[in-house]
Design a binder for this molecule. Structure first.
Ligand SMILES: Nc1nc2c(ncn2[C@@H]2O[C@H](COP(=O)(O)OP(=O)(O)O)[C@@H](O)[C@H]2O)c(=O)[nH]1
Ligand SMILES: [Mg+2]
Length: 681
C-alpha cells in the first residue's frame, strides 16, 4: 500500500446514536473508494468494521473499528464507533485519534440521546465536524424534520449543503449546493455513481433558498467574502471552499449532508468533502513538541493474532521494525509487522508517517493511552479521560477451579478496555466488576467465555453492613477451666458505650490495684476485637464503640494470655447484646442528571429506593438531583435510570458513610445471615 504524507491524510471518527447508520456508511465509503473489496451489510454480518462474533450476533458495534478510503490522492482513516452508551469509552478513544468527526443521524430518528452525548464530547475536544443524515431511503425518512431538529436541539450553526430528491423508497437523487448539480442515482447503483441532471423544477425554490442561506452563512464568517457578497460580486469556488473550511474548523458552521450507506448514495460527495473541508494532520498543532509523538488509543484482542495496538502518530515517522520508547512503562517496543487496518484485515506497510494511524501486534508492555516517542526524547501525553464506571456487579465462576482463569481474564479485559475495572473484595469474599452498565457486563462475560474459556455469571454484590450499639451496658466475662494439671483462668468486667459514627473502637484500661495484672490487659482487648468482628445481630463487624475494662480477677498459676483473651470474648458476647445493638447500612451519595419531563419519575424511583433527596439544581439542559441512598438499593440503578429516562439520564455515585438500618431491613439481613451460617455449618 502507498505511503501517504501528513497533508494527504484525514482522520475522521464516525459518531452518533446507535443504529443511525455509521457502520454501514463507513463500509460504503471504503468500498466506493475502491479501497475495500466488498460492500458488506449489517444483516449478513459482513460489514468492514463490525466483524467480531459479538457484533455480528447482536447486529451493533461494540468495539471501535478502523478502515480507510483512498480518495483524491488522500488516505481518509475511517474510525467507526459504537452508539450505545455502554461502549462510550470506544467513542472517547476514537475521538482522541481523530482530527474531525462525521456525526451521523438517522433520517427517521433525528437528534437522539447518543447524538447529544457525542456532540458534547466533540465540543469539549473542539473537533471540526459535519452532520450526515443517513437512511434517507427508509420509509418515513424526513430530511427537513431532521434539519429542524438539529437546529433546535443540537446546534443553530447547522447549514444544509445538500437536498435529497424523493422521500423514503422514492429517494433517488441529491442536489449538491456547492456545484448546483443534481446527482441522479439509478436503481442498482453499486459504488455511489450518478448522472448529473437538471434540478427538478419542484425543487427549484428550495434549492434557491438553501443556496442563499449557505452563501450567506459562509460569507458572514469572512469579512472579505461578505464585502463581495453584498457587492454582488462572484465568489470563486476555491475561495468559497476555503471559507467554509475555515468556518468549519472554527466551529462557526456545521454542514449538513445526506444519503444512504446501504445504497451508497451520497458517498462520493462525502468522500470529496472530507478531503476538501477537514483539516489534515499537517494543519493540526501536535499536542507536545518532540521528534516522535504517537498515542495508543485502542488495544484490540484479535483471534489468532493476540493484542493489536492501534496508535495515532502526531509527529515523526515510524518504519517497520522501528524501536520506539513507551515512556509510560519505560520499555522499548519493536514495531514488527507494522500495518494499517482495513476492518479486520491488517495490511503491512513499510512506513507510517506523521499524522497517520498504524497498527502493530504483540507488543510487550503497551496499553491504551500510552505514548510512543524516541528514547532520546521521551514525552508522555496526558491520559485519555475515559468515563468513570457507573455500575457494579459481582461475578462468580460457574465451574469450580476456574477462579484463577477468571482473574487472569478480567485483567486482560481491563487492559483492553479502560472503562472496565475489577477487584477482589476480601471483606465480601467476592470479585467485583465495575463498568458502564448491564450491556457492558454482558459483553465482558461473553469475552471471558470466548477468549479465556471461563464460564462466569453475574450475581448481586454482597453489602458491607456494620453493627453498632446505642446504649451503655456492662458485665462480666469469665473463663475458667480445670482439667487435671494446670488450669485456665481469666476474668474481666467491662463497660461498653457507643461512640460517634466513624470513630471505630477504643479500649480503656481502668483496672486499679492490679486485680488483673497489666500483662494480661492487652489480651482482653484482643479478645473483644476478635469477637466484635463477628457482631451480635447479623454477623457483621461491630464498630463505633468504647470499652472500659474496670474490674476482674486472676489466678497465680492458671491465668495466662489465652485465658484473658477468652474472657474478653465472653465479656463482649455477654455485654454487647444488652447495649441495644443495631445494624448499620452503607450509604451512597448519588447525583442523577435527568430531563425535566421525567424528573418526577426519577425522584419517585429514588424515594422508592429509600433515598433521601437533598436537592435539585439546573445543569445545562438537565436537572441534577442529589440524594443519599442505601447502597443495597442501588443494584442495577443505571439500567432502571436508563429505562425511566429513555437513555437520557446519567448518574454518578460515591460512598457516604453508614446509617442505622430500619428494623425490617435489620431482620431481613439477620435472617439471611442465619441461613448462610446454617448452610456453611
Ligand atoms: N434502509 C437503510 N437502512 C440502513 C442504512 N444504513 C444502515 N441501515 C440499517 O440500519 C441498521 C443500523 O445500521 P448500522 O450501520 O449498524 O448503524 P450504527 O449502529 O450507527 O453503526 C442496520 O439494520 C442497517 O442495515 C441505509 O442507508 N438505508
Ligand atoms: Mg455501528
Amino acid at each position: 500500500m502507498k505511503v501517504y504524507g501528513s497533508s494527504a491524510i484525514r482522520n475522521v471518527a464516525f459518531v452518533g446514536h446507535g443504529a443511525s447508520g455509521k457502520t454501514s456508511l463507513v463500509d460504503a465509503l471504503a468500498f466506493v473508494s475502491g479501497s475495500s473489496r466488498r460492500h458488506g451489510s449489517i444483516k449478513d454480518g459482513t460489514t468492514l468494521t463490525d466483524y467480531s462474533p459479538d457484533e455480528i450476533d447482536r447486529k451493533h458495534g461494540i468495539n471501535l473499528g478502523l478502515g480507510y478510503a483512498e480518495w483524491l490522492d488522500t488516505k481518509i482513516n475511517l474510525i467507526d464507533t459504537p452508539g450505545y452508551l455502554d461502549y462510550f469509552g470506544e467513542v472517547v478513544s476514537g475521538l482522541h485519534a481523530a482530527d474531525a468527526a462525521v456525526v451521523v443521524l438517522s433520517g427517521t430518528g433525528g437528534v437522539e440521546v447518543g447524538t447529544e452525548k457525542v456532540w458534547e464530547l466533540c465540543d469539549e475536544l473542539h473537533l471540526p465536524r459535519v452532520l450526515f443524515v443517513s437512511l434517507m431511503d427508509k420509509e418515513h425518512a424526513d430530511f427537513q424534520r431532521v434539519f429542524d431538529d438539529v437546529k433546535a436541539h443540537l446546534t443553530p450553526k447547522v447549514v444544509p449543503v445538500e437536498i435529497p430528491v424523493g422521500d423514503g423508497h422514492d429517494f433517488h437523487g441529491i442536489i449538491n449546493l456547492f456545484s448546483g448539480h443534481c446527482h441522479f442515482y439509478k436503481k442498482g447503483t453499486k459504488t455511489g455513481e450518478y448522472d448529473i441532471v437538471p434540478i427538478p423544477p419542484e425543487y427549484e425554490p428550495l434549492f434557491r433558498q438553501y443556496s442563499e442561506q449557505l452563501t450567506e452563512a459562509v460569507a458572514s464568517t469572512d469579512d472579505e467574502l461578505i464585502e463581495r457578497y453584498l457587492g454582488g460580486a462572484e465568489i470563486s469556488r476555491d475561495a468559497f471552499i476555503r471559507a467554509i473550511k475555515r468556518a468549519l474548523i472554527a466551529g462557526e458552521i456545521v454542514p449538513l449532508f445526506c444519503g444512504s450507506g446501504d445504497l451508497t448514495y451520497g458517498t462520493r460527495t462525502l468522500l470529496k468533502k472530507m478531503v476538501e473541508l477537514f483539516p489534515s494532520p499537517a494543519e493540526i498543532q501536535p499536542p507536545v513538541d518532540a521528534p516522535l509523538v504517537g498515542r495508543v488509543f485502542k488495544t484490540l484482542s484479535e483471534p489468532h493474532v493476540g493484542d493489536v495496538t492501534l496508535f495515532r502518530l502526531y509527529t515523526g515517522d515510524v518504519r517497520n521494525g522501528s524501536e520506539v520508547f513507551n515512556a509510560e512503562h519505560e520499555t522499548i517496543e519493536k514495531l514488527h509487522h507494522l500495518s494499517v487496518q482495513q476492518g479486520k484485515e491488517r495490511l503491512e506497510v513499510e512506513r507510517i508517517s506523521a499524522g497517520d494511524i498504524g497498527s502493530v501486534a504483540k507488543l510487550k508492555d503497551t496499553h491504551t493511552g500510552d505514548t510512543f516517542c524516541w528514547r532520546e526524547a521521551p514525552v508522555r501525553l496526558p491520559p485519555i479521560p475515559f468515563p468513570a464506571a457507573v455500575a457494579t456487579s459481582a461475578v462468580i465462576v460457574k465451574q469450580r477451579g476456574e477462579e484463577d482463569k477468571l482473574a487472569a481474564g478480567l485483567h486482560k479485559l481491563h487492559e483492553e478496555d479502560p472503562t472496565f475495572h475489577f477487584e477482589y473484595s476480601s471483606e465480601l469474599s467476592q470479585t467485583l466488576i465495575h463498568g458502564m452498565g448491564e450491556r457492558h457486563f454482558d459483553t465482558i462475560l461473553n469475552r471471558l467465555e470466548r477468549k479465556f474459556g471461563v464460564h462466569a455469571e453475574l450475581v448481586r454484590p454482597r453489602i458491607a453492613y456494620r453493627e453498632t450499639i446505642k446504649s451503655r451496658a456492662e458485665g462480666q466475662g469469665k473463663h475458667k477451666k480445670q482439667s487435671g494439671g494446670k488450669g485456665q483462668y481469666g476474668d474481666c468486667w467491662i463497660r461498653m458505650a457507643p461512640l460517634p459514627r466513624g470513630s471505630g473502637y477504643t479500649f480503656e484500661n481502668e483496672i486499679v490495684g492490679g486485680v488483673i495484672p497489666g500483662k494480661f490487659i492487652p489480651a482482653v482487648d484482643r479478645g473483644i476485637q476478635e469477637a466484635a468482628v463477628r457482631g451480635v445481630i447479623a454477623g457483621y463487624p461491630l464498630v463505633d464503640f468504647k470499652v472500659e475494662c474496670y474490674d476482674g480477677s486472676y489466678h497465680d498459676v492458671d491465668s495466662n494470655e489465652m485465658s484473658f483473651k477468652l474472657a474478653g470474648i465472653l465479656a463482649f458476647r455477654n455485654v454487647a447484646p444488652k447495649a441495644r445493638p443495631v445494624l448499620l447500612e452503607p450509604l451512597m451519595e448519588v447525583e442523577t442528571w435527568a430531563p425535566d419531563d421525567v424528573l418526577g419519575d426519577v425522584m419517585g424511583d429514588l424515594s422508592a429506593r429509600r433515598g433521601h433527596i437533598l436537592g435539585t439544581e439546573q445543569d445545562g439542559r438537565l436537572t441534577k438531583v442529589r440524594a443519599i441512598v442505601p447502597e443495597a438499593e442501588l443494584y442495577k440503578y443505571s439500567t432502571t435510570l436508563h429505562s425511566i429516562t429513555h437513555g437520557r439520564g446519567t448518574h454518578r455515585q460515591k460512598r457516604h458513610g453508614y446509617a442505622e438500618a430500619p428494623p425490617e431491613i435489620t431482620s431481613k439481613v439477620a435472617e439471611e445471615n442465619q441461613k448462610e451460617e446454617l448452610q456453611t455449618a
